[in-house]
Ligand binder design. Structure first.
Ligand code: AMP
Length: 293
């Protein structure tokens, strides 16, 4: 695996690969890798000739009171994991190379960036879109791989790619979870053992929402009320938001009569965690069938 730390060298490597007719898969990450990230690397390995994994803790997507400095980092371990997966290039640029002095240009996907996580993180998605567009120009991927864990991010990036006619296919892969259901996240490293137990409230409340919709609940307000109550009952947990939205426009739904995204963000102590499930109205089961099980 080649480790590249300058934008110029990465652009040169990408040009050579494109000239040789090789397809490039890109997995953008902030490092401190876990099995969720590695599932994206595997997907890229299957789909493209060359897999580039970027590790860049992107200052532009952190608000002034967020955890940019504290964000966990372990490049050596990450590199080892990526070698094990057979990644071809690790791109690890320096912040000053990505955002040189005088940097002024940002990309915004209006409206979608202000909903859900955008309410409490107002500059977050502008930072994400800007860095991902820069990575697309530098790495020139044919395909780019993202996780459904960050559902709003995936929706916004798809829209950016469509709106700006970018020649890259966005692949969104399922959420990878711990055996007990907690969605893997680099930020799980912040949790104390007690918080780690409390964090399961995200998984459990979303699972309950999914079951209630499959059993016929159509009122988003009822689903959300149960979800909020569950989270309120778990003291170190504090709800940032919970929402039932249309999966493309992220507009709140009143009735769940088509596919919907149930998304939430919860502070566990000082750690903000996100998770989501997609729900589909199932057929209402007849009482007989219900009894038979
Ligand atoms: P991050 O390093 O947190 O910026 O994440 C990099 C990529 O990995 C993003 O596309 C995330 O959506 C994805 N990702 C993070 N956690 C998971 C997970 N548990 N399962 C699948 N993908 C994930």
């Amino acid at each position: 695996m080649r480790v590249i730390t300058s934008v110029r060298a990465m652009k040169a490597a990408a040009s050579r690969l494109k000239d040789a007719g090789r397809t490039i898969g890109l997995v953008p990450t902030m490092g401190y890798l876990h099995r969720g990230h590695l599932s994206l690397v595997r997907a890229s390995k299957r789909a493209a000739d060359v897999t580039v994994v970027s590790i860049f803790v992107n200052p532009a997507q952190f608000g002034p009171r967020e955890d940019l400095k504290a964000y966990p980092r372990d490049l050596e371990r990450d590199a080892r994991l990526l070698r094990g997966e057979g990644a071809d290039i690790l791109f690890h640029p320096r912040p000053g190379d990505m955002y040189p002095t005088g940097y002024k240009t940002y990309v915004e996907v209006h409206e979608l960036q202000n909903k859900l996580c955008g309410v409490s993180r107002p500059i977050h998605f502008r930072g994400v879109c800007t860095v991902v567009l820069k990575l697309f120009h530098i790495v020139r991927p044919d395909r780019a791989f993202f996780g459904q864990k960050d559902a709003q991010q995936a929706v916004i990036l798809r829209r950016m790619v469509r709106d700006l006619d970018l020649d890259v296919r966005v692949d969104v892969r399922p959420i990878v979870r711990e055996p007990d259901g907690l969605a893997l996240s680099s930020r799980n490293a912040y949790l104390s053992p007690e918080e780690r137990r409390a964090a399961l409230v995200l998984t459990r409340s979303l699972k309950e929402a999914k079951i209630s919709v499959s059993r016929g609940e159509r009122r988003a307000s009822a689903v959300l009320a149960r979800l909020r109550a569950r989270i309120a009952a778990e003291p170190p947990a504090r709800l940032d938001y919970a929402a039932v939205v249309d999966p493309e426009e992220l507009e709140p739904l009143k009735r769940i009569d088509r596919r919907a995204l149930v998304a939430l963000a919860v502070f566990i102590g000082r750690t903000r965690l996100i998770d989501n499930v997609t729900v589909r109205p199932g057929k209402k089961e007849s009482p007989d069938k219900e009894k038979a099980r």
